[in-house]
Design a protein around this ligand. Structure first.
Ligand SMILES: C[S@@+](CC[C@H](N)C(=O)[O-])C[C@H]1O[C@@H](n2cnc3c(N)ncnc32)[C@H](O)[C@@H]1O
Length: 539
Protein backbone atom coordinates (compact mmCIF):
# COMPACT_ATOMS: atom_id res chain seq x y z
CA UNK A 1 0.00 0.00 0.00
CA UNK A 2 1.37 3.41 -0.91
CA UNK A 3 1.57 6.36 1.43
CA UNK A 4 -1.19 8.13 -0.40
CA UNK A 5 -3.83 5.48 0.05
CA UNK A 6 -5.99 4.83 3.06
CA UNK A 7 -6.81 1.38 4.24
CA UNK A 8 -9.74 1.04 1.91
CA UNK A 9 -7.53 1.83 -1.04
CA UNK A 10 -9.32 5.06 -1.92
CA UNK A 11 -7.32 8.19 -2.74
CA UNK A 12 -6.69 10.31 0.30
CA UNK A 13 -4.64 13.14 -1.17
CA UNK A 14 -7.23 15.65 -0.20
CA UNK A 15 -6.93 14.79 3.46
CA UNK A 16 -3.17 14.48 3.55
CA UNK A 17 -1.35 17.39 5.08
CA UNK A 18 2.31 17.85 5.76
CA UNK A 19 3.16 18.16 9.43
CA UNK A 20 6.21 19.74 10.98
CA UNK A 21 8.04 16.89 12.52
CA UNK A 22 11.40 17.80 11.11
CA UNK A 23 14.36 16.66 13.14
CA UNK A 24 16.75 19.47 12.50
CA UNK A 25 20.05 17.73 13.26
CA UNK A 26 21.37 17.01 9.83
CA UNK A 27 24.50 15.38 11.16
CA UNK A 28 24.44 11.69 10.56
CA UNK A 29 25.65 10.05 13.71
CA UNK A 30 28.88 8.31 12.86
CA UNK A 31 28.50 5.91 15.72
CA UNK A 32 25.09 4.53 15.08
CA UNK A 33 23.35 2.43 12.56
CA UNK A 34 20.92 3.72 10.05
CA UNK A 35 17.85 2.66 11.96
CA UNK A 36 18.66 5.21 14.64
CA UNK A 37 18.23 8.11 12.25
CA UNK A 38 15.06 9.92 13.08
CA UNK A 39 15.27 12.69 10.58
CA UNK A 40 12.55 13.30 8.06
CA UNK A 41 12.14 16.06 5.52
CA UNK A 42 8.96 17.32 7.09
CA UNK A 43 6.78 15.57 4.55
CA UNK A 44 5.52 12.89 6.85
CA UNK A 45 1.90 12.61 5.95
CA UNK A 46 -1.06 12.08 8.17
CA UNK A 47 -4.17 10.33 7.09
CA UNK A 48 -7.24 11.80 8.65
CA UNK A 49 -10.13 9.37 8.31
CA UNK A 50 -13.26 9.56 10.41
CA UNK A 51 -11.58 12.10 12.62
CA UNK A 52 -8.81 9.59 13.27
CA UNK A 53 -5.18 10.61 12.83
CA UNK A 54 -2.70 7.93 11.79
CA UNK A 55 0.93 8.15 10.89
CA UNK A 56 1.56 6.73 7.50
CA UNK A 57 4.89 5.06 6.74
CA UNK A 58 7.72 7.57 6.77
CA UNK A 59 9.06 8.31 3.34
CA UNK A 60 12.72 7.35 3.35
CA UNK A 61 13.62 9.90 0.74
CA UNK A 62 14.72 12.32 3.38
CA UNK A 63 17.14 9.82 4.85
CA UNK A 64 18.57 9.03 1.44
CA UNK A 65 19.15 12.68 0.78
CA UNK A 66 20.65 13.25 4.21
CA UNK A 67 23.07 10.41 3.67
CA UNK A 68 24.07 11.71 0.29
CA UNK A 69 24.58 15.17 1.82
CA UNK A 70 26.75 13.71 4.53
CA UNK A 71 28.80 11.91 1.91
CA UNK A 72 29.27 15.11 -0.11
CA UNK A 73 30.04 17.32 2.89
CA UNK A 74 32.48 14.98 4.63
CA UNK A 75 34.16 13.90 1.40
CA UNK A 76 34.96 17.52 0.68
CA UNK A 77 36.82 17.77 3.99
CA UNK A 78 38.90 14.69 3.22
CA UNK A 79 39.52 15.80 -0.34
CA UNK A 80 40.58 19.30 0.73
CA UNK A 81 43.01 17.83 3.25
CA UNK A 82 44.52 15.64 0.55
CA UNK A 83 44.91 18.58 -1.81
CA UNK A 84 46.32 20.93 0.80
CA UNK A 85 48.90 18.36 1.82
CA UNK A 86 49.70 17.12 -1.69
CA UNK A 87 48.68 13.58 -0.74
CA UNK A 88 47.88 11.40 -3.75
CA UNK A 89 44.13 10.99 -4.11
CA UNK A 90 42.63 7.52 -3.61
CA UNK A 91 42.21 5.69 -6.89
CA UNK A 92 41.32 2.24 -8.19
CA UNK A 93 44.18 2.40 -10.68
CA UNK A 94 47.44 0.57 -10.17
CA UNK A 95 49.28 3.81 -9.52
CA UNK A 96 46.87 4.71 -6.70
CA UNK A 97 47.98 4.59 -3.05
CA UNK A 98 47.68 1.29 -1.21
CA UNK A 99 46.64 2.72 2.10
CA UNK A 100 45.53 5.88 3.84
CA UNK A 101 48.17 7.87 5.68
CA UNK A 102 47.63 8.67 9.37
CA UNK A 103 45.05 11.45 9.35
CA UNK A 104 44.35 14.23 11.85
CA UNK A 105 41.38 13.37 14.10
CA UNK A 106 38.95 15.66 12.35
CA UNK A 107 39.76 14.28 8.91
CA UNK A 108 39.66 10.70 10.13
CA UNK A 109 36.23 11.43 11.62
CA UNK A 110 35.07 12.81 8.28
CA UNK A 111 36.46 9.73 6.52
CA UNK A 112 34.62 7.39 8.88
CA UNK A 113 31.40 9.37 8.42
CA UNK A 114 31.67 8.88 4.66
CA UNK A 115 32.35 5.17 5.03
CA UNK A 116 29.30 4.77 7.22
CA UNK A 117 26.95 6.96 5.22
CA UNK A 118 28.02 5.37 1.93
CA UNK A 119 27.45 1.88 3.34
CA UNK A 120 24.06 2.89 4.71
CA UNK A 121 23.07 4.54 1.46
CA UNK A 122 24.10 1.51 -0.56
CA UNK A 123 22.15 -0.85 1.71
CA UNK A 124 19.07 1.32 1.54
CA UNK A 125 19.31 1.56 -2.21
CA UNK A 126 19.66 -2.20 -2.57
CA UNK A 127 16.90 -2.93 -0.06
CA UNK A 128 16.65 -5.69 2.56
CA UNK A 129 15.47 -8.55 0.37
CA UNK A 130 18.15 -8.17 -2.26
CA UNK A 131 20.79 -7.42 0.40
CA UNK A 132 20.08 -10.70 2.16
CA UNK A 133 19.78 -12.63 -1.09
CA UNK A 134 23.24 -11.66 -2.26
CA UNK A 135 24.86 -11.64 1.18
CA UNK A 136 24.34 -15.39 1.07
CA UNK A 137 26.78 -15.47 -1.84
CA UNK A 138 29.58 -13.72 0.00
CA UNK A 139 31.67 -16.90 0.13
CA UNK A 140 32.20 -16.53 -3.60
CA UNK A 141 34.36 -13.51 -2.81
CA UNK A 142 36.51 -15.89 -0.79
CA UNK A 143 36.53 -18.33 -3.68
CA UNK A 144 37.87 -15.94 -6.30
CA UNK A 145 40.20 -14.34 -3.76
CA UNK A 146 41.49 -17.76 -2.84
CA UNK A 147 42.23 -18.45 -6.50
CA UNK A 148 44.23 -15.24 -6.76
CA UNK A 149 46.03 -16.07 -3.52
CA UNK A 150 46.66 -19.77 -4.04
CA UNK A 151 47.79 -19.45 -7.65
CA UNK A 152 49.88 -16.39 -6.78
CA UNK A 153 48.35 -14.45 -9.63
CA UNK A 154 49.10 -11.01 -8.19
CA UNK A 155 52.77 -11.72 -8.78
CA UNK A 156 52.25 -13.48 -12.10
CA UNK A 157 53.02 -10.34 -14.10
CA UNK A 158 54.66 -7.05 -13.20
CA UNK A 159 52.68 -4.00 -12.18
CA UNK A 160 52.49 -1.73 -15.22
CA UNK A 161 52.30 -4.61 -17.70
CA UNK A 162 49.47 -6.91 -18.74
CA UNK A 163 48.84 -10.66 -19.09
CA UNK A 164 46.29 -12.66 -21.04
CA UNK A 165 43.89 -15.12 -19.48
CA UNK A 166 45.77 -17.84 -21.35
CA UNK A 167 49.04 -16.80 -19.71
CA UNK A 168 47.48 -16.62 -16.28
CA UNK A 169 45.84 -20.02 -16.80
CA UNK A 170 49.30 -21.48 -17.29
CA UNK A 171 50.49 -19.92 -14.06
CA UNK A 172 47.45 -21.23 -12.22
CA UNK A 173 47.64 -24.62 -13.88
CA UNK A 174 43.89 -24.42 -14.38
CA UNK A 175 42.14 -24.41 -17.75
CA UNK A 176 41.71 -21.02 -19.39
CA UNK A 177 37.94 -20.85 -19.24
CA UNK A 178 37.84 -21.38 -15.48
CA UNK A 179 40.77 -19.07 -14.86
CA UNK A 180 38.86 -16.39 -16.74
CA UNK A 181 35.70 -16.99 -14.71
CA UNK A 182 37.54 -16.79 -11.42
CA UNK A 183 39.44 -13.68 -12.44
CA UNK A 184 36.41 -11.91 -13.83
CA UNK A 185 34.73 -12.48 -10.48
CA UNK A 186 37.78 -11.14 -8.65
CA UNK A 187 37.55 -8.09 -10.92
CA UNK A 188 34.10 -7.34 -9.53
CA UNK A 189 35.97 -6.74 -6.27
CA UNK A 190 38.47 -4.51 -8.10
CA UNK A 191 41.20 -7.11 -8.00
CA UNK A 192 42.61 -6.82 -11.53
CA UNK A 193 40.76 -5.28 -14.48
CA UNK A 194 40.28 -6.32 -18.07
CA UNK A 195 41.73 -3.54 -20.18
CA UNK A 196 40.79 -5.12 -23.52
CA UNK A 197 39.11 -8.44 -24.26
CA UNK A 198 41.14 -11.20 -22.62
CA UNK A 199 43.87 -8.85 -21.36
CA UNK A 200 44.36 -8.34 -17.65
CA UNK A 201 46.05 -5.42 -15.90
CA UNK A 202 46.67 -4.54 -12.27
CA UNK A 203 44.49 -2.32 -10.15
CA UNK A 204 45.38 -0.61 -6.88
CA UNK A 205 44.16 -3.72 -5.02
CA UNK A 206 46.02 -6.32 -7.08
CA UNK A 207 49.14 -4.14 -7.03
CA UNK A 208 48.90 -3.91 -3.24
CA UNK A 209 48.67 -7.68 -3.01
CA UNK A 210 51.61 -8.05 -5.38
CA UNK A 211 53.76 -5.72 -3.30
CA UNK A 212 52.70 -6.65 0.22
CA UNK A 213 53.90 -10.14 1.13
CA UNK A 214 52.37 -9.99 4.57
CA UNK A 215 48.98 -9.06 3.16
CA UNK A 216 49.23 -12.06 0.84
CA UNK A 217 49.89 -14.25 3.84
CA UNK A 218 46.95 -12.71 5.64
CA UNK A 219 44.70 -13.47 2.68
CA UNK A 220 46.19 -16.96 2.33
CA UNK A 221 45.63 -17.80 5.97
CA UNK A 222 42.08 -16.42 5.93
CA UNK A 223 40.92 -18.24 2.81
CA UNK A 224 42.76 -21.51 3.43
CA UNK A 225 42.49 -22.00 7.20
CA UNK A 226 39.83 -19.64 8.47
CA UNK A 227 37.19 -20.15 5.83
CA UNK A 228 36.95 -23.97 6.17
CA UNK A 229 36.98 -23.53 9.96
CA UNK A 230 34.02 -21.17 9.73
CA UNK A 231 32.17 -23.78 7.68
CA UNK A 232 32.87 -26.42 10.36
CA UNK A 233 31.87 -24.24 13.31
CA UNK A 234 28.18 -25.03 13.60
CA UNK A 235 28.95 -28.75 13.54
CA UNK A 236 31.50 -28.20 16.32
CA UNK A 237 28.94 -26.25 18.34
CA UNK A 238 26.35 -29.00 18.06
CA UNK A 239 28.76 -31.86 18.66
CA UNK A 240 30.44 -30.17 21.65
CA UNK A 241 27.90 -27.81 23.20
CA UNK A 242 29.56 -25.12 25.30
CA UNK A 243 33.03 -26.59 24.84
CA UNK A 244 35.90 -24.42 26.07
CA UNK A 245 38.57 -26.67 24.61
CA UNK A 246 40.72 -25.63 21.67
CA UNK A 247 40.59 -29.11 20.16
CA UNK A 248 36.83 -29.00 19.57
CA UNK A 249 36.32 -26.11 17.18
CA UNK A 250 35.40 -25.56 13.55
CA UNK A 251 39.09 -25.84 12.77
CA UNK A 252 39.19 -29.42 14.03
CA UNK A 253 35.99 -30.33 12.19
CA UNK A 254 37.37 -28.84 8.97
CA UNK A 255 40.75 -30.55 9.19
CA UNK A 256 39.72 -33.82 10.85
CA UNK A 257 41.56 -33.06 14.08
CA UNK A 258 38.77 -33.31 16.65
CA UNK A 259 40.19 -34.04 20.12
CA UNK A 260 43.61 -34.45 18.57
CA UNK A 261 45.38 -31.17 17.91
CA UNK A 262 44.75 -27.48 18.51
CA UNK A 263 45.22 -25.08 15.63
CA UNK A 264 48.55 -23.95 17.10
CA UNK A 265 49.80 -27.52 17.26
CA UNK A 266 48.66 -28.26 13.72
CA UNK A 267 50.27 -25.12 12.31
CA UNK A 268 53.41 -25.76 14.31
CA UNK A 269 53.80 -29.12 12.58
CA UNK A 270 53.48 -27.67 9.09
CA UNK A 271 56.26 -25.13 8.44
CA UNK A 272 54.72 -23.50 5.36
CA UNK A 273 51.30 -23.14 6.93
CA UNK A 274 52.80 -22.05 10.23
CA UNK A 275 54.91 -19.40 8.53
CA UNK A 276 51.89 -18.10 6.65
CA UNK A 277 50.03 -17.80 9.95
CA UNK A 278 52.89 -15.97 11.67
CA UNK A 279 53.18 -13.52 8.85
CA UNK A 280 49.42 -13.03 8.65
CA UNK A 281 49.45 -12.05 12.32
CA UNK A 282 52.34 -9.71 11.59
CA UNK A 283 50.22 -8.05 8.92
CA UNK A 284 47.32 -7.61 11.33
CA UNK A 285 49.43 -6.38 14.23
CA UNK A 286 50.89 -3.66 12.06
CA UNK A 287 47.50 -2.46 10.92
CA UNK A 288 46.00 0.88 11.87
CA UNK A 289 44.58 0.97 15.39
CA UNK A 290 46.88 -1.70 16.85
CA UNK A 291 49.99 0.41 17.45
CA UNK A 292 51.64 -0.27 20.81
CA UNK A 293 51.88 3.49 21.44
CA UNK A 294 48.20 3.52 22.35
CA UNK A 295 48.98 1.32 25.34
CA UNK A 296 52.15 3.21 26.21
CA UNK A 297 50.48 6.61 26.06
CA UNK A 298 47.13 5.80 27.62
CA UNK A 299 47.84 3.92 30.81
CA UNK A 300 48.99 5.56 34.01
CA UNK A 301 52.60 4.40 33.79
CA UNK A 302 53.57 7.80 35.17
CA UNK A 303 52.62 6.99 38.75
CA UNK A 304 54.37 3.61 38.55
CA UNK A 305 57.42 5.40 37.21
CA UNK A 306 57.41 7.95 40.03
CA UNK A 307 57.73 5.10 42.51
CA UNK A 308 60.26 3.21 40.37
CA UNK A 309 57.75 0.35 40.40
CA UNK A 310 57.94 -3.17 39.00
CA UNK A 311 55.82 -4.30 36.08
CA UNK A 312 55.37 -7.89 34.94
CA UNK A 313 54.67 -8.39 31.22
CA UNK A 314 52.98 -11.81 31.24
CA UNK A 315 53.22 -13.64 27.93
CA UNK A 316 55.40 -10.74 26.86
CA UNK A 317 57.28 -12.63 24.17
CA UNK A 318 60.45 -10.71 23.29
CA UNK A 319 59.41 -7.80 25.43
CA UNK A 320 58.73 -5.29 22.72
CA UNK A 321 55.82 -3.78 24.68
CA UNK A 322 57.98 -3.43 27.78
CA UNK A 323 60.71 -1.86 25.67
CA UNK A 324 58.27 0.70 24.31
CA UNK A 325 57.09 1.60 27.84
CA UNK A 326 60.65 1.60 29.20
CA UNK A 327 61.76 4.06 26.55
CA UNK A 328 59.19 6.55 27.74
CA UNK A 329 59.31 5.87 31.50
CA UNK A 330 62.84 5.69 32.74
CA UNK A 331 62.47 4.23 36.23
CA UNK A 332 60.09 1.30 35.84
CA UNK A 333 61.59 -2.19 36.07
CA UNK A 334 60.12 -4.91 33.87
CA UNK A 335 60.03 -8.67 34.08
CA UNK A 336 58.98 -10.21 30.78
CA UNK A 337 57.60 -13.70 31.21
CA UNK A 338 57.05 -16.27 28.50
CA UNK A 339 57.55 -19.93 27.72
CA UNK A 340 61.17 -21.09 27.34
CA UNK A 341 61.03 -21.43 23.60
CA UNK A 342 59.96 -17.81 23.15
CA UNK A 343 62.69 -16.59 25.44
CA UNK A 344 65.35 -18.70 23.77
CA UNK A 345 65.38 -16.25 20.90
CA UNK A 346 64.81 -13.14 23.00
CA UNK A 347 67.01 -10.15 22.28
CA UNK A 348 69.89 -9.11 24.51
CA UNK A 349 69.30 -5.61 25.70
CA UNK A 350 72.06 -3.16 26.32
CA UNK A 351 72.61 -0.24 28.64
CA UNK A 352 69.66 1.08 30.56
CA UNK A 353 67.22 -1.37 28.98
CA UNK A 354 69.37 -4.31 30.06
CA UNK A 355 69.32 -3.02 33.62
CA UNK A 356 65.59 -2.53 33.74
CA UNK A 357 64.18 -5.37 31.61
CA UNK A 358 64.69 -8.99 32.56
CA UNK A 359 63.21 -12.19 31.18
CA UNK A 360 61.76 -15.10 33.08
CA UNK A 361 60.57 -18.51 31.93
CA UNK A 362 57.01 -18.92 33.04
CA UNK A 363 53.84 -20.78 32.07
CA UNK A 364 50.93 -18.52 32.93
CA UNK A 365 48.72 -21.39 34.03
CA UNK A 366 51.05 -22.06 36.95
CA UNK A 367 51.56 -19.97 40.12
CA UNK A 368 53.10 -16.59 39.39
CA UNK A 369 56.71 -16.55 40.64
CA UNK A 370 57.05 -12.74 40.72
CA UNK A 371 55.42 -11.64 43.93
CA UNK A 372 54.66 -8.14 45.05
CA UNK A 373 54.90 -6.35 41.68
CA UNK A 374 52.95 -3.16 41.07
CA UNK A 375 51.41 -4.12 37.74
CA UNK A 376 50.85 -7.43 35.93
CA UNK A 377 49.81 -6.86 32.36
CA UNK A 378 48.49 -9.19 29.68
CA UNK A 379 48.58 -7.88 26.15
CA UNK A 380 46.94 -10.08 23.56
CA UNK A 381 46.80 -12.98 25.99
CA UNK A 382 43.37 -13.23 27.57
CA UNK A 383 41.49 -13.18 24.24
CA UNK A 384 43.38 -16.34 23.25
CA UNK A 385 41.58 -18.29 25.96
CA UNK A 386 38.09 -19.45 26.84
CA UNK A 387 36.72 -18.34 30.23
CA UNK A 388 37.84 -21.54 31.90
CA UNK A 389 41.48 -20.86 31.04
CA UNK A 390 41.31 -17.08 31.42
CA UNK A 391 40.09 -17.58 34.99
CA UNK A 392 42.93 -20.01 35.60
CA UNK A 393 45.41 -17.39 34.42
CA UNK A 394 43.99 -14.76 36.78
CA UNK A 395 43.93 -17.22 39.68
CA UNK A 396 47.56 -18.11 39.12
CA UNK A 397 48.45 -14.58 40.24
CA UNK A 398 46.59 -14.49 43.50
CA UNK A 399 49.09 -16.03 45.89
CA UNK A 400 51.74 -13.42 45.09
CA UNK A 401 49.77 -10.19 44.88
CA UNK A 402 50.32 -7.27 47.17
CA UNK A 403 47.40 -5.13 48.20
CA UNK A 404 46.81 -2.49 45.54
CA UNK A 405 48.54 -4.40 42.74
CA UNK A 406 47.04 -3.62 39.36
CA UNK A 407 46.09 -6.23 36.77
CA UNK A 408 45.88 -4.78 33.29
CA UNK A 409 44.54 -6.48 30.18
CA UNK A 410 45.13 -4.97 26.74
CA UNK A 411 42.71 -6.63 24.34
CA UNK A 412 39.66 -5.86 22.27
CA UNK A 413 36.56 -5.06 24.29
CA UNK A 414 33.25 -5.82 22.65
CA UNK A 415 31.12 -2.67 22.49
CA UNK A 416 27.43 -2.41 23.22
CA UNK A 417 25.63 -3.06 19.94
CA UNK A 418 25.30 0.01 17.70
CA UNK A 419 27.60 2.23 19.73
CA UNK A 420 30.53 1.82 17.40
CA UNK A 421 31.19 2.89 13.87
CA UNK A 422 29.65 -0.05 11.96
CA UNK A 423 32.90 -0.77 10.15
CA UNK A 424 34.75 -1.12 13.45
CA UNK A 425 31.89 -3.07 14.98
CA UNK A 426 31.99 -5.51 12.08
CA UNK A 427 35.74 -6.05 12.52
CA UNK A 428 35.57 -6.59 16.26
CA UNK A 429 32.59 -8.94 16.06
CA UNK A 430 34.25 -10.84 13.24
CA UNK A 431 37.38 -11.14 15.37
CA UNK A 432 35.22 -12.62 18.12
CA UNK A 433 33.84 -15.23 15.71
CA UNK A 434 37.35 -15.98 14.46
CA UNK A 435 38.46 -16.75 18.02
CA UNK A 436 35.49 -19.11 18.32
CA UNK A 437 36.05 -20.89 15.03
CA UNK A 438 39.76 -21.46 15.59
CA UNK A 439 40.42 -22.00 19.29
CA UNK A 440 37.16 -21.69 21.26
CA UNK A 441 38.44 -18.44 22.70
CA UNK A 442 36.64 -15.11 22.64
CA UNK A 443 36.66 -11.35 22.71
CA UNK A 444 34.87 -9.98 25.75
CA UNK A 445 32.56 -7.15 26.73
CA UNK A 446 33.19 -4.98 29.76
CA UNK A 447 30.72 -7.06 31.76
CA UNK A 448 32.42 -10.27 30.70
CA UNK A 449 35.81 -8.97 31.80
CA UNK A 450 34.26 -7.95 35.10
CA UNK A 451 32.79 -11.42 35.54
CA UNK A 452 36.16 -13.02 34.78
CA UNK A 453 37.82 -11.12 37.60
CA UNK A 454 34.94 -11.69 40.02
CA UNK A 455 34.90 -15.42 39.28
CA UNK A 456 38.67 -15.72 39.54
CA UNK A 457 38.67 -14.17 43.01
CA UNK A 458 36.24 -11.86 44.82
CA UNK A 459 39.18 -9.78 46.06
CA UNK A 460 39.79 -8.44 42.59
CA UNK A 461 37.98 -5.12 42.26
CA UNK A 462 37.17 -4.32 38.67
CA UNK A 463 38.13 -0.74 37.77
CA UNK A 464 36.72 -0.57 34.27
CA UNK A 465 37.68 -0.32 30.63
CA UNK A 466 39.07 2.57 28.62
CA UNK A 467 39.66 2.72 24.92
CA UNK A 468 42.02 5.31 23.46
CA UNK A 469 40.55 7.23 20.52
CA UNK A 470 41.61 5.63 17.26
CA UNK A 471 42.69 2.37 18.89
CA UNK A 472 40.94 -0.92 18.27
CA UNK A 473 42.08 -2.33 21.60
CA UNK A 474 41.00 -1.42 25.12
CA UNK A 475 42.69 -1.21 28.48
CA UNK A 476 40.93 -3.28 31.13
CA UNK A 477 41.97 -2.87 34.74
CA UNK A 478 41.40 -4.43 38.15
CA UNK A 479 43.05 -3.91 41.52
CA UNK A 480 43.85 -6.54 44.15
CA UNK A 481 42.12 -5.74 47.44
CA UNK A 482 42.81 -9.01 49.23
CA UNK A 483 45.52 -9.72 51.73
CA UNK A 484 49.14 -8.99 50.90
CA UNK A 485 51.04 -11.96 49.54
CA UNK A 486 53.00 -13.92 52.08
CA UNK A 487 56.18 -12.11 51.16
CA UNK A 488 58.38 -15.15 50.54
CA UNK A 489 60.01 -13.69 47.46
CA UNK A 490 59.72 -10.12 46.33
CA UNK A 491 59.72 -8.80 42.80
CA UNK A 492 63.23 -7.47 43.10
CA UNK A 493 64.67 -10.87 44.02
CA UNK A 494 62.89 -12.59 41.21
CA UNK A 495 64.08 -9.96 38.77
CA UNK A 496 67.68 -10.69 39.66
CA UNK A 497 67.13 -14.45 39.34
CA UNK A 498 65.35 -13.94 36.08
CA UNK A 499 68.21 -11.95 34.68
CA UNK A 500 70.68 -14.78 34.92
CA UNK A 501 68.11 -17.26 33.66
CA UNK A 502 67.38 -15.10 30.62
CA UNK A 503 71.06 -14.61 29.94
CA UNK A 504 71.33 -18.38 29.52
CA UNK A 505 68.24 -18.56 27.32
CA UNK A 506 69.30 -15.66 25.19
CA UNK A 507 72.73 -16.93 24.28
CA UNK A 508 71.70 -17.60 20.73
CA UNK A 509 69.76 -14.43 20.36
CA UNK A 510 70.74 -12.24 17.50
CA UNK A 511 67.69 -10.11 17.22
CA UNK A 512 67.57 -6.47 18.20
CA UNK A 513 64.77 -5.15 20.32
CA UNK A 514 62.66 -2.73 18.41
CA UNK A 515 59.41 -0.98 19.04
CA UNK A 516 57.25 -3.30 17.03
CA UNK A 517 58.31 -3.27 13.41
CA UNK A 518 57.03 -5.96 11.08
CA UNK A 519 60.01 -8.27 11.36
CA UNK A 520 59.90 -8.08 15.10
CA UNK A 521 56.23 -8.81 15.17
CA UNK A 522 56.71 -11.81 12.94
CA UNK A 523 59.34 -13.16 15.28
CA UNK A 524 57.00 -12.66 18.19
CA UNK A 525 54.27 -14.58 16.49
CA UNK A 526 56.75 -17.24 15.41
CA UNK A 527 57.58 -17.65 19.05
CA UNK A 528 53.93 -17.74 19.94
CA UNK A 529 53.20 -20.60 17.61
CA UNK A 530 56.23 -22.50 18.76
CA UNK A 531 55.25 -21.95 22.37
CA UNK A 532 51.69 -22.86 21.95
CA UNK A 533 52.82 -26.13 20.49
CA UNK A 534 54.97 -26.54 23.53
CA UNK A 535 52.20 -25.52 25.88
CA UNK A 536 49.80 -27.97 24.31
CA UNK A 537 52.36 -30.72 24.51
CA UNK A 538 52.94 -29.91 28.19
CA UNK A 539 49.26 -29.82 29.16
C1 LIG B 1 49.81 -12.94 20.92
S1 LIG B 1 51.35 -13.11 21.73
C2 LIG B 1 51.37 -11.64 22.63
C3 LIG B 1 52.74 -11.15 22.85
C4 LIG B 1 52.84 -9.79 23.52
N1 LIG B 1 52.16 -9.78 24.80
C5 LIG B 1 52.29 -8.72 22.61
O1 LIG B 1 51.50 -7.91 23.05
O2 LIG B 1 52.66 -8.68 21.45
C6 LIG B 1 51.03 -14.36 22.96
C7 LIG B 1 52.23 -14.72 23.78
O3 LIG B 1 51.83 -15.64 24.80
C8 LIG B 1 52.86 -16.60 24.97
N2 LIG B 1 52.32 -17.79 25.61
C9 LIG B 1 51.50 -18.74 25.07
N3 LIG B 1 51.21 -19.66 25.99
C10 LIG B 1 51.83 -19.29 27.14
C11 LIG B 1 51.89 -19.83 28.45
N4 LIG B 1 51.23 -20.93 28.77
N5 LIG B 1 52.61 -19.19 29.37
C12 LIG B 1 53.30 -18.06 29.07
N6 LIG B 1 53.27 -17.48 27.85
C13 LIG B 1 52.55 -18.10 26.90
C14 LIG B 1 53.34 -16.84 23.57
O4 LIG B 1 54.62 -17.41 23.57
C15 LIG B 1 53.31 -15.43 22.99
O5 LIG B 1 54.53 -14.79 23.17
Amino acid sequence: MGATENITGSPVDDVIRPIDTVVTDDNVNVNSHVDSHEGTNGNVKVNITNGHVEDLPVDNTSLLVKLSQTIARETEKVDAYFRENSIPAPSFEADGPSDYPALPDEIQKARMAVIKAAADLKDLMVGPKESVRWMAWDHNNSLSLRAVSQFKLANAFPVGSTATFAELAKVANVDEMNTRRLLRHAMTNRIFKEVSPGVVAHTAASKTLAQDDLLQDWVGYCVQDLWPSAVGTLEALTRFPGSQEDTQTGFQVAFDLVDKESMFTALGKDPARGRQFHRAMGSLANGAGYEVEYFVDNYDWKSINENAGTVVDVGGSHGFVSVAIAKKFDKIKFIVEDLPKALATAPKFEGDLAERITFKDYDYFTPQPVKGADVYFYRWIIHNTSDKYAIKILQSLVHGLKKGARIVINDHCLPEPNTENPWDEKIIRTMDLVMLTLINAQERSKEEFETLFRTANPNYRFLGVTRPAGCRMSIVEAVWEGEDYDGAVDAETVAVEAESEAARSAEKAETEASSGNVENTIEIVDAQVANNVEAVAAN
